[in-house]
Design a binder for this molecule. Structure first.
Ligand SMILES: [Fe+2]
Length: 382
């Protein structure tokens, strides 16, 4: 045993295919060295029978924005916001996070690209300074019908790299908002618009769709491929949407809204990602297909915490309880191995000799998973 060795013992270790009772895991130089079955009298951190799982991998969190803008028109110091956000991410057991940053101004927010780039610089500086607990990567959410989205993406990539691009279209009547009446309710609630104002807004959104939907999607896909950045489709609803995703070389289908779109994506080798809150809450907040239904039919691959970081861990432990035939290793893989594979990260996402020692100690308080300790590359971060 070298001085760099850290040993975690008396743990229920969740391996890719089974759970090892009373396991011992040793870490050397930030990597998992050995995994042994049975108790040991050797020195080490006693996990007292708690569960040990790989660090979670989050591909689409919406949780940075509420830290940066905690109330409408209230901007927090961005570094302070990033540090608080990072702490919450790590304490939720997430050791690799793809921060969602939006590109593509709309009429209500005209400086989105510049704000996202400033924020990305702050995250990048903080990461290089060693101030962040989780590893942060960049997910650029591109609204394809925005007039500025292509130039904003080109500008962003001339400054910083990105690791995932999602192609979003939230035009009324499309995808997530097929039901225009529901969208009206959403905007009435969110923006406090009057009826005439809302009608004008809808018309302008349709005009932008006609002008930009096809050409911008093409341009964004080309830029992604040129830079070797993985692509995600967003809110795929019909088989035509999925065929378009296949044609565009998409790796990930974010939040398909129908069982049909999810099944076709999964069959085509596009990883299907659903919101963890959807499972935890027992259904979609916008009335689309339920994550449990997709898991039941074997077409759900990945969970994302979306707007509640801790939901990722909750969904993984909830899944075996609500879907018959899914065991803990398979459930944990939806938030670890599956997102790692979809993003081409082959050094993490599973407890195996040689992989990164990104680990989470979980104690079960009844049905609620309690994060007790988190390590990233062998270093305790929460
Ligand atoms: Fe959406």
């Amino acid at each position: 045993m070298t001085s760099a060795t850290l040993r975690l013992k008396n743990a229920r270790i969740v391996l890719p295919d089974r759970v090892l009772e009373h396991g011992t895991l040793s870490i050397e130089n930030g990597r998992i060295a050995d995994i042994d079955e049975g108790s040991t009298s050797a020195a080490g951190i006693d996990l007292a029978g708690d569960i040990l799982i790989p660090g979670l991998i989050e591909l689409h969190t919406d949780h940075l924005e509420p830290h940066v803008t905690p109330r409408p028109k209230v901007d927090w110091n961005p570094l302070s916001a990033v540090l608080a956000y990072d702490a919450q991410i790590a304490a939720s057991g997430i050791t690799t996070v793809y921060d969602s940053l939006r590109l593509g101004a709309d009429e209500r927010k005209s400086v989105i690209g510049a704000v996202s780039l400033d924020l990305a610089h702050i995250i990048d500086d903080a990461q290089k300074s060693g101030w962040l607990r989780s590893e942060h990567r960049t997910h650029l959410r591109c609204e394809i019908c925005s007039p500025d989205v292509v130039t904003e993406l080109e500008n962003f990539l001339s400054h910083l790299p990105a690791h995932l691009i999602s192609l979003m279209d939230h035009t009324p009547g499309q995808r997530q908002f097929r039901d225009v009446e529901k969208l009206m309710i959403y905007y009435r609630g969110k923006g406090g618009m009057g009826e005439d104002e809302l009608a004008g807004f809808m018309k302008r959104r349709h005009d932008l769709f006609e002008r930009f939907a096809v050409t911008h999607r093409r341009a964004l896909v080309d830029i992604g491929h040129r830079h070797g950045i993985r692509l995600a489709s967003h809110d795929d609803t019909t088989l035509e949407h999925v065929e378009e995703s296949i044609r565009d070389g998409v790796s990930l289908a974010e939040f398909p809204t129908t069982g049909e779109a999810a099944a076709a994506s999964h069959a085509a080798g596009i990883a299907v990602m659903m919101g963890a809150p959807n499972l935890v809450r027992g259904g979609s907040h916008s009335g689309n297909v339920s994550a449990a239904e997709l898991a039941q039919s074997g077409t759900l691959d990945i969970f994302s915490s979306d707007y509640v970081p801790v939901s990722l861990l909750q969904a993984a432990f909830e899944l075996p309880r609500c879907v018959e035939g899914i065991g803990l290793p398979e459930a944990i893989s939806t938030v670890t191995a599956a997102p790692a594979v979809a993003m081409g990260l082959d050094d993490r996402g599973r407890i195996e000799s040689g992989t990164r020692a990104d680990l989470v100690q979980v104690h079960m308080a009844g049905s609620v998973p309690v994060v007790r300790q988190v390590w990233r590359e062998g270093r305790r971060v929460a």
